[in-house]
Design a binder for this molecule. Sequence first.
Ligand code: SOE
Length: 386
Amino acid sequence: MTTSSNTPLGVAAIGYAFMGKAHSNAWRNVASFFDVPAFEQKVLVGRDADAVSEAAAKYGWAESATDWRSVIERDDIHIVDICAPGWMHAEIATAALEAGKHVLVEKPLANTLGEAELMTAAAAKARARGVQSMIGFNYRRVPALALARELIAEGRLGTVRHVRAAYLQDWLTDAESPMTWRLRKETAGSGALGDIASHAIDQILYLLDDSVTEVSGRLQTFVDQRPGPTAGALEDVTVDDAAWVNLSLASGAIASVEASRVATGQKNSLRIEIYGSLGSLTFDLENLNELYFMDATVPVREQGFRRILVNEPEHPYLGAWWPQGHIIGWEHTFTHQIRDFLTAIAAGESPSPSFEEGLNVQYILAAVEESAAAKSSLIQLPARAT
Ligand code: SOE
């Protein structure tokens, strides 16, 4: 979609729950810290008129609406930010792209491979008309992880041999915790696999700039039924509580991914360890301002994991925030994401991660499901462009 450079880009966000709130916060703050093209927070869309109107007023949106279809047809809307659950992504994203709107969509790209393929085809067609699209794997915008990618690309780890990634949460540990849309296959697609293993898999592809050739996986549901909205009635849980994945990468490296929403005591821990021939890196999202670097090229008597406080103006994104040592948090990753999305739109460039990159993650998720259903067979993936 082309706009004259002095027309502010009109933004609509769809969804106002957890992710809608995180994205709204980013839209609200980004221009105070980063040099971004002019935009206006026009409209927040949700199904409950009163609740969405209240959220719009709180989160800085000029107005609210309940019908996303009429919003994406509006001439004053140039960007659609989809924070609705996965089962709505394909329909909204394809309609918005066809209407010529730039689209940012939360991860994972879609609930099914078929939907993800349709969305990617729509994104490619729209891109040819100058309409951009991006998937919200926000952890690519953690400064410490962006720094890790730079160090790996500079060869500081030598040849990367293996990666261990684990995304662990515990909000479903209690068997009495009620049903939500996240626990039904038809609304969420999968459980810990699509919700959080997708982040870990995306990180592996991003950090190593690599692709996956072989997949094996295992999925486990520990609590099969949970209390539904009717008192005393239980509903079937139709997604996994935990996912265990092994990956072979085109470079020759191997990786393991563990994801769980029943890892008692773990709140939002995305741990990544990368081991190379010349050094290693470790990271934990619960301490997101820190990256640990072991440089095996220094004399053995001086070796050891060194803590880098990723909080200097030289580090990715950080020059825009506070003086050194004034740490940032989880919400800043969404601000960085909006900054990168707006900057790419203004430059007429395709932002990353693209829908194609989201689709690559989706192929891996589908292969894990296939492998898990077949009880531990190895699924080969064909070579695909990133
Ligand atoms: C819930 O498990 C969740 O909110 C994910 O959906 C997000 O992507 C992740 O950032 C935090 O956990």
